[in-house]
Design a protein around this ligand. Structure first.
Ligand code: ADP
Length: 463
C-alpha cells in the first residue's frame, strides 16, 4: 500500500478537478506547470503565490507535502477529455502566458503505475489461493475427518476402539456360538499374556478368519472382542481399501499396519475381507483388477513378510471363504478359521433371549416354541423377527408383544406380506386346501424331510 501512496498522487492530498475548472485556473493565470500523464490525466501545479487566492484558498489544499517541505504540487489532477484538442489548448495557453510575460510549462510523461500493477498481482494471487483452498476443502469432504483429506487418501480408514472408545457390545450379547467365542477369547488372551504361550516355544497366531453364512453373528463377535479385549481394536471393512485412485489400497494397508504396530498389542478386524482377498486372476491382462491385487499383495506381505508385527492379530470375517485367495488362507497368515454356523434349536432360543430382553412381552411367552418355529433362521433373522413382532403389536395397539405377533412376524418374514385383496372363491379355496394338505401330509410322514411347522393357504407376496 505504501507504494501506491507514493506513486499515486491522488492519495497525497491532490484534489480532483475537471477540465472546465482547469481552464478557469489557466485563464486567471494561476497555473505554473502541467504534467500530462500517459495522455490520460493531467497534474496541475498552481503558482505558489496563487495558493492563498480563491478558489484554492477554500479548498484546503495541504500546506505541506508528505515529506514535510512546502507543498510544491501537483495540487490538482483531472482526466483529459480529448488528446488532440487538449494539446492544442495547452499550446495556445502557453502563447497567451508568454504574451503576458508569464511562463506556463507543460510536459508529457509516460508513467508505469507499479502500485496498481503490484496490487493487481496481489489480488490475482489472493483469488487463486482462495479458490485453491476452497477446492481443497471440497475435495477433502467438508474439511472434517482426518481420514478424508486429499493428502490423507493413502491413510487407512480404520476406526479405533478401546482406549476410551467402546462398542458397547460384550460377549453376553452374543448368544450361542460357544466354540467361536472360545477361540476369539483365546486370541485376546494371546495378546494380553503372550508369555504363557511363548514360554513353551509356541508362536502366537497372526490371524483368525471368521467364516459363515450371512447374519450369523461374525461382526457381532468381532464387536464383542473390541468391547472386551481392553486392547486397541482397529475395525474396517474390506471395501475401505478400495478407492478410485491406483495404489491407494496398498498404501492404506501399509498405513494400517504402521498404526497398528505403534499401538501393539492390538487387534485389526477386517469385515467382508472378500472385497480385497478374492483369488488373484491367472491372466493379469484380461480384465483382472490390478489395483485389488496390489492391495492383496500388500496385505499378504504385511501379514507374513520380513517385517515383524508381533503383537498384532488380525481378525477377518467373510461369508465367501471359497473365493478367497489360497495364499491368504495358508498357515502363518490366517492360521485359524473359525466357522460360525447357523444356530441350532438351543442357540436360537438363546438368541431369542438376547433379543427379547428389550421388548415388553406378555407374561408367559414360550421361547422354546419360538425357537421351534424358526428352523433355518440366522441370528440376524431372529433379531429381525423380534423387532417385527414388536412393530406388529404396536400397530394393533397392544400393551405387550404376544405369541401371535411373533407368528405373524415369522410368516411375514418367510412369505412376505399377506395378500388381503386377492379374491378366491370358496370352491377354489377348498381345492387349494386339499392340494396343500397333500403336500403337508407327505412332509409329515417322511422321516428325513424338514419338520412341518405350519400349513397355510393364505396367499403372500409372490407365492
Ligand atoms: P454377519 O455374520 O453377517 O457379520 P452380523 O454379526 O452383522 O452378521 O449379525 C447381524 C445381527 O444379527 C447382529 O447385529 C445381531 O443383532 C444379530 N445376531 C446374529 N447372530 C447373533 C447371535 N449369535 N446372538 C445375538 N445376536 C445375533
Amino acid at each position: 500500500m505504501i507504494s501506491i501512496n507514493l506513486f499515486n498522487p491522488v492519495n497525497t492530498g491532490v484534489l480532483k478537478t475537471n477540465y472546465s475548472e482547469f481552464k478557469s485556473f489557466v485563464e486567471n493565470k494561476q497555473v505554473r506547470k502541467i504534467e500530462v500523464i500517459n495522455k490520460k490525466e493531467a497534474r496541475v501545479y498552481i503558482s505558489p503565490d496563487q495558493l492563498d487566492q480563491p478558489p484554492h484558498k477554500d479548498k484546503n489544499i495541504p500546506k505541506k507535502s508528505v515529506f514535510g517541505g512546502p507543498n510544491n504540487g501537483p495540487h490538482y489532477v483531472f482526466n483529459i477529455p480529448n488528446n488532440e484538442s487538449f494539446s492544442s489548448y495547452l499550446e495556445e495557453a502557453q502563447k497567451e502566458y508568454s504574451r503576458k510575460n508569464q511562463t506556463l510549462m507543460y510536459d508529457y510523461v509516460e508513467e508505469d503505475n507499479f502500485g496498481k500493477d503490484i496490487l493487481g498481482w496481489i489480488i490475482f494471487f489472493g483469488i487463486m489461493i482462495a479458490v485453491w483452498s476452497f477446492i481443497m476443502r471440497r475435495v477433502s469432504g467438508g474439511g472434517g475427518g482426518a481420514g478424508g483429506q486429499i493428502f490423507n487418501i493413502g491413510k487407512s480408514k480404520a476406526q479405533m476402539f478401546g482406549q476410551g472408545k467402546s462398542t458397547n457390545v460384550t460377549f453376553d450379547n452374543v448368544a450361542g456360538l460357544e466354540e467361536a467365542k472360545e477361540e476369539v477369547k483365546e486370541i485376546v488372551d494371546f495378546l494380553k499374556t503372550p508369555k504363557k504361550y511363548t514360554a513353551l516355544g509356541a508362536k502366537i497366531p497372526k490371524g483368525a478368519l471368521l467364516v459363515g453364512p450371512p447374519g450369523t453373528g461374525k461382526t457381532l463377535i468381532a464387536k464383542a472382542v473390541a468391547g472386551e479385549a481392553k486392547v486397541p481394536f482397529f475395525s474396517l471393512s474390506g471395501s475401505d481399501f478400495v478407492e478410485m485412485f491406483v495404489g491407494v489400497g496398498a498404501s492404506r494397508v501399509r498405513d494400517l499396519f504402521k498404526q497398528a504396530k505403534e499401538k501393539a498389542p492390538c487387534i485389526i478386524f477386517i469385515d467382508e475381507i472378500d472385497a480385497i482377498g478374492r483369488a488373484r486372476g491367472k491372466n493379469p491382462n484380461m480384465g483382472s483388477n490390478d489395483e485389488r491385487e496390489n492391495t492383496l499383495n500388500q496385505l499378504l506381505t504385511e501379514m507374513d513378510g520380513f517385517g515383524t508385527n508381533s503383537g498384532v492379530i488380525i481378525l477377518a470375517a467373510t461369508n465367501r471363504a471359497d473365493v478367497l485367495d489360497r495364499a491368504l488362507m495358508r498357515a502363518g497368515r490366517f492360521d485359524r478359521q473359525i466357522y460360525v454356523d447357523m444356530p441350532d434349536l438351543n442357540e436360537r432360543k438363546e438368541i431369542f433371549e438376547v433379543h427379547l430382553k428389550p421388548l415388553k412381552l406378555e407374561k408367559k411367552l414360550d421361547k422354546d416354541f419360538l425357537a421351534r418355529q424358526t428352523p433355518g433362521f440366522s441370528g440376524a433373522d431372529i433379531a429381525n423377527i423380534c423387532n417385527e413382532a414388536a412393530l406388529i403389536a404396536a400397530r394393533k395397539k397392544k400393551t405387550s408383544v404376544q405369541k401371535q405377533d411373533f407368528l405373524d412376524a415369522v410368516d411375514r418374514i418367510i412369505g412376505g406380506l399377506e395378500k388381503k385383496n386377492k379374491i378366491i372363491t370358496k370352491q377354489e379355496k377348498k381345492t387349494i386346501a386339499y392340494h396343500e394338505s397333500g403336500h403337508a401330509t407327505v412332509s409329515w410322514m417322511l422321516e428325513h424331510a424338514n419338520p412341518l411347522v405350519k400349513v397355510t393357504i393364505v396367499p403372500r407376496g409372490q407365492s
